[in-house]
Design a protein around this ligand. Structure first.
Ligand code: EPU
Length: 428
């Protein structure tokens, strides 16, 4: 029910510190199930997707200690359930990682099909193919995915398309399988490498993460570890685009510059100045962006999770830009919201043609999904006048302290909290 209110037109200036990576955290937390001892995880982002996973761990019988906002200790020793409730699993896509982790731990898992952002059909056939090749039987029973194996045995698994989720889920199931698993055509995203590093720090034997062939030699057991999650590539990219889009000058801290190369390269093509340091990067926006063309692709290509944000920037470019979505079938639904700000964008299937306009002007907006929500924030920061954004809960899934971080950069931004349905029903 909450709303964000933004009075746009102010350049962002100052410093912002990037939080831990959502898509690494949401793989690493379920992975703790595979461990025989407690694990301490640092640089965990305080976002609602992480809160959902922690709740699932509790519901399964695990113990979680929040040491401070960004460090959690998870003790998986008392987890005795292999069932994730439909209420929890439908809240997010990454709940599917409990299938791989539970198969690895219990040789069985039962969860409702995962939810998450709606970009059209989001199948898990490649995950299932991987589990089956490892020896599991997977059926859909009463609306639940039910996976069981007498024993998991390593195998060669070729993914029909590059899938982050399938690569992660198969890694999780294979870590304690007997023998060698080889994932071919694996995804290469930074969070895949982070998960592999986390599992290896517990005693797993994974090689090749970050390339398209990952080799996992099964081990008997995993021991406790302390591990710090990598910084969030997409959160950093979002602040980079916001800095460029408002003609600002922002130092983005706690980043891995290598992860931001494709985003930085495209922003430079639009005319922004990017200066890299060891763990920081400065973005200076310079007037109207040049028009450019972009196609989103799996890593190391331009990330699909930055597509709505960069499309928003290009809505005021000095000509016509073409953005092609190369990962999802239906990720341009938010464009109608940008047109309310005055953008001229025509979408045909997976291609958006953006004719740059001189300026955007404020409008009432809504977030359709997490990254589209971030794009609405950027659009509202660029627009003259006061915009509002509804469905803020979707943005909470992946951006830690968004209001505080943008405010510290000089944005005129606030959140209004309205009584929601639960408060109403409590009152009645
Ligand atoms: N696909 C299949 N079958 C499968 C799996 C995937 O056909 O079994 C298709 C998908 O439909 C899609 C493509 O393969 O067209 C890639 O999907 P992928 O499996 O890589 O996506 P995902 O694992 O569901 C993760 C991120 C998304 C991000 C994509 C692509 C997490 C929790 N989610 O999703 O992040 O867009 O990879 O990089 O890691 C976000 O953070 O906002 C977000 C949506």
């Amino acid at each position: 029910m909450d709303k964000i209110i933004i009075r746009g037109g102010k350049p962002l200036n100052g410093e912002v510190t990037i939080s831990g990576a959502k898509n690494a955290a949401v793989a690493i937390i379920p992975a703790v199930l595979l461990c025989d001892e407690p694990c301490r995880i640092e640089n965990v982002p305080e976002i609602s997707d992480v809160a959902t996973l922690i709740r699932i761990i509790y519901e399964l019988g695990g113990r979680v200690k929040i040491i401070n906002g960004s460090t959690v200790e998870i003790d998986p020793r008392h987890i005795n359930s292999f069932v994730v409730s439909a209420d929890m699993s439908r809240r997010m896509r990454a709940s599917s990682y409990f299938i791989g982790a539970m198969l690895g731990r219990f040789k069985k898992a039962r969860i409702a099909p995962p939810g998450g952002c709606n970009f059209g059909v989001r199948p898990i056939d490649q995950h299932i193919k991987g589990f089956e090749l490892l020896g599991a039987k997977v059926i859909i029973d009463n609306g639940m995915v039910d996976a069981r194996a007498a024993e998991l045995r390593g195998n060669s698994i070729y993914l029909d398309m590059v899938s982050v989720g399938a690569t992660i889920n198969i890694m999780l199931a294979a870590v304690k399988a007997k023998g060698l698993t080889v994932i071919e055509n694996a995804a290469r995203e930074p969070h895949i490498v982070d998960l592999a590093n986390f599992l290896n720090s517990m005693g797993a034997d994974i090689m090749g993460a970050g390339t398209d062939i990952i080799k996992i030699r099964g081990v008997e057991s995993l021991h406790g570890t302390t591990y710090s999650i990598i910084p969030d590539q997409i959160e950093a990219g979002t602040y980079m685009v916001a800095a460029a889009a408002t003609g600002g000058n922002v130092l983005i801290k706690n980043i891995i510059p290598k992860h931001l190369e494709s985003i930085g390269a495209k922003l430079e093509e639009t005319g922004a100045i990017i200066t890299e340091f060891d763990e920081e990067l400065r973005v200076i926006g310079r007037g109207r962006p040049h028009h450019i063309n972009i196609k989103t692709m799996p890593h190391p290509g331009f990330p699909t999770d930055m597509q709505p944000q960069i499309t928003t920037l290009l809505s005021v470019a000095d000509g016509t830009s073409v953005v092609t979505e190369g990962v999802w079938d239906n990720r341009f639904r938010y464009v109608e919201q940008l047109t309310m700000l005055g953008a001229h964008i025509k979408v045909d299937g997976k291609v958006a043609v953006i004719t740059g306009v001189d300026r955007l002007s404020a409008a009432p907006l809504r977030a359709y999904d997490l990254r589209a929500g971030a794009a609405m924030v950027i659009g509202a920061l660029m627009a003259d006048g006061e915009s509002s954004i509804e469905n803020v809960e979707l943005i909470d899934r992946g951006y830690e302290k968004l209001i505080e971080k943008f405010s510290a950069l000089g944005a005129d931004i606030k959140r209004i909290t309205y009584p929601g349905p639960s408060i109403m029903s409590d009152a009645l």
